[in-house]
Design a protein around this ligand. Structure first.
Ligand SMILES: NC(=O)c1ccc[n+]([C@@H]2O[C@H](COP(=O)([O-])OP(=O)(O)OC[C@H]3O[C@@H](n4cnc5c(N)ncnc54)[C@H](O)[C@@H]3O)[C@@H](O)[C@H]2O)c1
Length: 330
């Protein structure tokens, strides 16, 4: 990645760093010469996995703690140049079953982090990983940042609220914060235990297990699928761009793909599995916003980032990773 020398010898905190996106980000930051600290509470049924950081474990500090713990966060933010805030309750279905926990982690956790920065490190820069779910059902496509925000589930409500908190602390206290509304992301190091979030990776598991890949409804709903290395590059480019702070950006490919086409492509590349249609479960239906693909003009122009990995290439890389490491994830 060019122009990333800015991270050399920088102190970086990654909340949720044992999870999918956080661990991929940590690996790249270590490669770039950053001094990385991870904080993660290993929330059950989410993506934390020590195997994710196996290749860098000697080069990172890991603190098993909770972003809601004010004393921990007060200590951890000190001296950090960048804070990538990825710790969150990420399970859409769970956010409806247990909304209080979702609120507590995603909103109070973000506020505790921001308060730690306000009191102990006002020069730390925050990159917040929000979700395209903040928009809810699309009224126009592709979706740009001015599109109305009408979240469909509590997870999306708490992400939108956390995003606003980051922007308020940027505005009022001058704690620099850049907010990303990230599309469905897939790739190596995602949890493969269940299908309640991360449907792309779940399709890959089903294909590798020679099983049916369940596609809800008529399979025609459109999504924008981003490979995790592209997201990592985007997060770093955003962090390194001064004028990105105080802003909200869509992050995606801008390329719509239907769930049925995705399932068929995975079957073709894996050489196993079979796409089948199935009814939506009630829980899924409740949080399904319908078609989404991002307008990424803003981030392309301001941050100079563009996704580079094709869908086919991303599927192949993901399959290769899990073929080699399945026992760590199944
Ligand atoms: N993966 C996607 O497609 C996607 C899309 C949009 C936004 N996001 C956001 O990106 C972030 C990372 O998601 P991911 O896909 O890597 O999920 P993940 O489940 O793999 O990682 C989340 C990590 O956060 C940790 N965590 C949860 N609550 C915590 C707490 N209270 N204190 C400390 N650690 C805590 C978990 O243990 C886990 O390791 C989340 O905030 C998610 O909402 C992800």
């Amino acid at each position: 990645m060019s122009g990333m020398s800015v991270f050399k010898d920088r102190e970086v905190l990654i909340t949720g760093g044992l999870g999918f996106i956080g661990s991929n980000l940590a690996i790249e930051l270590v490669r770039l010469g950053a001094r990385v600290t991870i904080v993660d509470n290993m929330l059950p049924r989410q993506g934390s996995n020590f195997f994710n950081i196996k290749d860098i474990e000697a080069q990172v500090k890991v603190n098993i703690s909770d972003v809601r713990n004010q004393l921990s966060m007060n200590h951890l933010v000190k001296g950090k140049d960048y804070i990538f805030h990825l710790a969150g309750q990420v399970n859409h279905v769970d956010s409806m079953r247990n909304p209080i926990q979702d609120l507590d982690i995603n909103c109070r956790g973000t506020l505790v982090l921001l308060e730690a920065l306000r009191q102990f490190n006002r020069s730390g820069k925050v990159i917040f990983a929000g979700t395209r779910g903040e928009y809810g059902s699309s009224v126009t496509l592709p979706v740009d940042e001015d599109h109305p925000t009408n979240p469909k589930g509590i997870y999306a409500v708490t992400n939108l609220t956390a995003e606003k908190m980051v922007l308020v602390y940027d505005d009022v206290f001058g704690i620099k914060g850049a907010c990303l509304r990230i599309t469905n992301t897939y790739g190596p190091r995602h949890q493969m235990m269940h299908d309640e979030y991360g449907v792309f990776n779940w399709f890959i598991r089903k294909a590798l297990d020679h099983e049916d890949i369940p596609v809800f409804g008529d399979g025609r709903i459109l999504r924008d699928f981003l490979y995790v290395d592209d997201l990592v590059a985007c997060m770093l480019a955003t962090a390194a761009t001064d004028k990105a702070y105080g802003e909200v950006f869509n992050v995606g490919t801008g390329v719509p793909v239907s769930f049925i086409d995705l399932a068929l492509k995975i079957v073709e590349i894996a050489g196993s599995g079979r796409a089948i249609y199935t009814e939506f479960t009630q829980e899924r239906k409740e949080v399904e916003p319908g078609d989404y693909y991002a307008d990424i003009t803003k981030i392309k122009e301001m941050v100079k980032w563009v996704p580079e990995i094709s869908l086919e290439d991303g599927i192949q890389r993901t399959i290769d990773y899990y073929r080699e490491n399945r026992k760590e994830y199944w």
